[in-house]
Design a protein around this ligand. Structure first.
Ligand code: ADP
Length: 453
């Protein structure tokens, strides 16, 4: 059953039942009151008559004589008497005879009362004992029943009018409640068709609040879906780039290996080709290590240790000595910090990647600076070069995996565009920041910022 029908019936049926119950109760109680009033009035009237009879009765004038004399007088007032002697009706001023003779069984000074229906007309019968006889007073009281019937007819009309009104009100209210819900359902269908352009009317009542939440939810779904699409896109780009980056060195290796196998090459060429094969293999191996780190190590918790920055720089100097010498580059270290908290291997990886980048993107004979210092509860490691610099547009992109400003330059140095993505990941794991400041033609500064704790 539809919600609107449930609300409609839920309002209409109980309301109409309550109205009918109240109206019936009122009519019934009104009728009972009227009936009581007529009874009391009749008894009082009969008492007065009896009192009069008692005052006028003598030895010569019996009750029977009095009733007989006055019967016509009372008949004009629509009051009738039936006189019973020894249980037998001896005198009757009206046309009716008491049906229920139990009424004759009346005690001294008591009034017995009964209502009887004679041919559809109601009469009140009251009996009273006069010495050994019983005098029954009776009178038509149909007006009370007529009133009752009139009230019933009036109430039926009233209930019908109220029902029509209630039908209308219940219908309007059920629609008012369910229209926003139907709108919501329609809007929800839009969501399943990926249309998030939803503007439900908000308000302070329950439905208005649901509409507000619904609007917020659809916006969130849209945001999440966009994020997911971006993520899928970036993953796809990552896979495409990876395939491409793997394919290039593999094709070279295959080419050189085939040449070595098929052609009779000079010793010099053989050494050259083997060196190419080795450097291309190193490239794949380097890429493999970085990718492995990005995909596995990034999800693993590491133990935070006190790392001596002197030690880290010493390791890096040893590792890069050959490259620094070949490049004729001086590494100028200004270390104002003792220890860092974190993972030593990751620190070595991050800083040496930044120094390698500085070398790869600077002319021979320039200097590379490594400065460490602490400021405002934070520790800083800067790697500064006097190289080619990076344009503003590229600064935001170079952190993406496989992105390289100058592909040829990067390839020549064995890079695949993964170094900075790796540094960024390491900084994320250390809950630190990576900042880049650069000016084209002047040089770049890569700043690693850690919280002291
Ligand atoms: P790559 O393996 O190519 O060095 P990275 O992720 O380390 O990959 O760097 C991405 C790109 O950012 C590099 O290809 C280079 O174009 C640019 N880049 C990185 N460091 C520097 C730097 N110190 N000076 C100028 N350009 C840089």
């Amino acid at each position: 059953m539809k919600l609107s029908s449930k609300i409609f019936l839920g309002m209409f049926i109980p309301s109409i039942v309550i109205i009918i119950a109240i109206v019936s109760m009122l009519i019934k109680s009104n009728f009972n009151n009227e009936l009581d009033l007529v009874r009391d009035k009749s008894v009082q009237e009969y008492k007065n008559i009896i009192e009069n009879f008692e005052n006028n009765v003598t030895e010569d004038v019996t009750y029977y004589t009095l009733v007989s004399n006055y019967k016509n007088f009372f008949k004009e007032k629509k009051i009738y008497f039936e006189y019973y002697i020894d249980g037998e009706s001896s005198l009757n001023s009206g046309e009716l005879t008491l049906k229920n003779k139990d009424l004759l069984d009346v005690k001294d000074n008591k009034y017995n009362l009964l209502i009887e229906n004679h041919d559809g007309i109601h009469y009140v019968f009251i009996s009273y004992k006069l010495e050994e006889d019983v005098l029954v007073y009776y009178k038509e009281i149909e007006s009370v029943y007529d009133n009752y019937q009139q009230n019933i007819n009036l109430s039926v009309t009233l209930v019908i009018i109220l029902s029509i009104l209630l039908l209308f009100v219940s219908y309007v209210i059920s629609k008012l409640i369910t229209i926003p819900l139907s709108n919501m359902t329609k809007e929800m269908e839009k969501i399943s068709n990926k249309d998030y352009n939803i503007e439900l009317k908000e308000g302070n009542d329950e439905i208005g609040v649901v509409a507000k939440k619904f609007n917020e939810m659809s916006k969130k779904i849209e945001e999440n879906e966009n994020e997911l699409l971006k993520y899928i896109e970036s993953k796809q780009m990552f896979i495409d780039n990876l395939a491409h980056e793997m394919n290039t060195p593999l094709t070279s290796i295959k080419g050189y290996a085939e040449a070595l196998e098929k052609f009779d090459l000079s010793e010099e060429k053989k050494v050259k080709y083997l060196t190419y094969i080795q450097s291309e293999s190193d490239r794949i191996s380097d890429m493999y290590k970085k990718l492995l780190f990005l995909s596995y190590k990034s999800n693993v918790d590491f133990e935070v240790q006190d790392v001596s920055i002197d030690k880290v720089i010493g390791i890096i100097k040893d590792d890069l000595k050959e490259r620094l010498d070949t490049h004729n580059t001086k590494l100028v270290v200004d270390n104002k910090c003792d220890n860092f908290k974190g993972d030593e291997i990751m620190f070595v990886m991050a800083i040496s990647n930044l120094i390698k980048n500085a070398l790869n993107n600077s002319d021979k004979g320039t200097k590379v600076y490594v400065n460490t210092y602490d400021k405002e509860n934070k520790l800083y490691i800067e790697v500064v070069d006097e190289g080619i610099g990076i344009s503003k547009e590229n600064i935001s992109k170079i952190l993406e995996p496989f992105y390289r400003v100058d592909k040829n330059r990067s390839r020549k140095n064995g890079g695949a565009g993964l170094g900075l993505a790796l540094v960024l990941r390491i900084m994320e794991l250390h809950k630190g920041e990576l900042k880049i400041e650069s000016e084209e033609g002047k040089g770049s500064k890569f700043i690693l910022i850690f919280n002291k704790d």
